[in-house]
Design a protein around this ligand. Structure first.
Ligand code: ACO
Ligand code: AKG
Length: 380
């Protein structure tokens, strides 16, 4: 089944900030919320009110500043958490409870009957207080399937608007995600949010599988920030949905690089050069065959146009260059090539690239060009 549309619920400000060692300042949180809002995310999870009054005040400020997106706050199924959450004025109060037997008995020290009764009680309480309630199923991927459906039915019967299926430890693959979500979708009428973690590098793939199986909402974070190996990356889910399914989730993709930089800086976590969509080097090409192919027709080596992200292809010279790339670079710099000079240049480029371990600069090429104009040995 192809997803027709879905809502991105970006949790950079909640799960993203939970990354060990990451702590945003108030100004950074406000700036990230503003940037996400301007980029067009449908929803954002903005924090954990149970952390105390200072956090509640900050969440209130964020909620007041967000103009377009719906806001959500995260809470445990506890009176004090609900009370704090209700003070924030967010559109949705998300109340979480563990549903795997492992976490029910060895973390909460309770049993399944207590979980079902607690869902009923807290959805009722939050609704009575006027909140729209989403129910979070922590560790859903390791839960018994029958029990998970039972829990979702209790949430529905008590008036929740959504359930979140959390692959808390990132242990699913796209096939198991598909079957779990399809079953949940068949057994409740509630909206379903997929919340995938990247411990096995499958968070985006699992998110897409869940959307195909009927999930209506997807948790994401900018740069895939989040607990341990992180969450499904906003930029990956948005671009994959567009290119694989033709589904526009409302995000202005031109803003993704800026968002990525903003979050990388606030998190003090540089983005890897090869990080899909937003890495500095993902539109950089050196290999001779690729550069030749791109010069003939960019469709030869283009998954999607970098211009969608406000970016461009970048052709560089290095150890794997070929003569077509060398000629193109010389033409760009207005450097005429004599008989056999492209080949001589290539030899010099290879030598220098191994020493430098980075692409050659224009100045390097000019220098090599001078040295290879005649058949003199290369300068050291
Ligand atoms: C999978 C997730 O990402 S869930 C979100 C996790 N996020 C965070 O923990 C970040 C923010 N957390 C915090 O600031 C603090 O942990 C607080 C304020 C929430 C709680 O702090 P403390 O009260 O000191 O408790 P602490 O964090 O040490 O322990 C967690 C407690 O919550 C309980 N708990 C955990 N999940 C739930 C739940 N869904 N419903 C009810 N209780 C829960 C634990 O059993 C434990 O309580 P116990 O002492 O009765 O065993
Ligand atoms: O909201 C929930 O229940 C899920 C929380 C979470 O971040 C997770 O389980 O990974």
């Amino acid at each position: 089944m192809k997803p027709y549309s879905f809502v991105l619920n970006d949790t950079t400000l909640r799960d993203g900030e939970q990354t060990a060692g990451v702590a945003f300042s108030d100004l950074e949180k406000l700036a990230i919320a503003h940037a996400l809002d301007e980029a067009g995310v449908g929803e954002m999870e903005v924090g954990i009110p149970a952390m105390g009054m200072q956090e509640v005040e900050l969440i209130r400020a964020i909620v007041a500043s967000v103009k377009h997106a719906r806001t959500m706050v995260w809470a445990r199924m506890m009176y004090s958490d609900l009370e704090a959450a209700l003070q924030c004025g967010a559109h949705i109060v998300h109340m979480s409870i563990a549903v795997s037997d492992q976490q029910i008995s060895l973390k909460l020290r309770r049993n399944r009957a207590w979980v079902l009764a607690t869902i009923a009680e807290f959805v009722d309480r939050a609704r009575d207080a006027g909140a729209a309630v989403s129910v979070g199923f922590e560790d859903a991927s390791r839960a018994d399937g029958d029990f998970l459906c039972q829990a979702a039915q209790v949430a529905q019967a008590h008036g929740a608007i959504r359930v979140r299926f959390a692959d808390t430890l990132g242990v699913l693959d796209p096939f198991s995600t598909y079957s779990s979500i399809a079953r949940l979708h068949a057994e409740t009428d509630l909206d379903i949010e997929i919340h995938a973690h990247d411990d096995l590098g499958l968070a985006t793939a699992n998110t897409l599988a869940a959307l195909r199986a009927g999930a209506t909402h997807a948790s994401t974070t900018v740069n895939g920030l989040g607990e341990r190996a992180g969450n499904a990356a906003l930029e990956e889910v948005a671009m994959a949905a567009r290119h694989l399914y033709g589904v526009d989730c409302g995000v202005d993709t031109q803003r993704l690089p800026m968002l990525s930089q903003l979050v990388a800086q606030a998190a003090n976590r540089p983005v890897a050069a090869g990080k899909s969509i937003v890495g500095a080097a993902v539109f950089r090409h050196e290999s001779g065959i690729h550069v030749d192919g791109l010069l003939k027709d960019r469709g030869n080596y283009e998954a999607f146009a970098p211009e969608e992200l406000g970016r461009q292809h970048e052709l560089v010279l290095g150890k794997h260059s070929g003569t077509h790339g060398v000629r193109a670079a010389c033409t760009r710099l207005g450097l005429p090539l004599g008989e056999g000079q492209a080949e001589r240049l290539l030899a010099g480029i290879r030598q220098l690239a191994v020493t430098r371990k980075q692409p050659l600069t224009d100045a390097d090429l000019r220098h090599l060009h001078l040295n290879t104009a005649t058949r003199q040995p290369l300068a050291a």
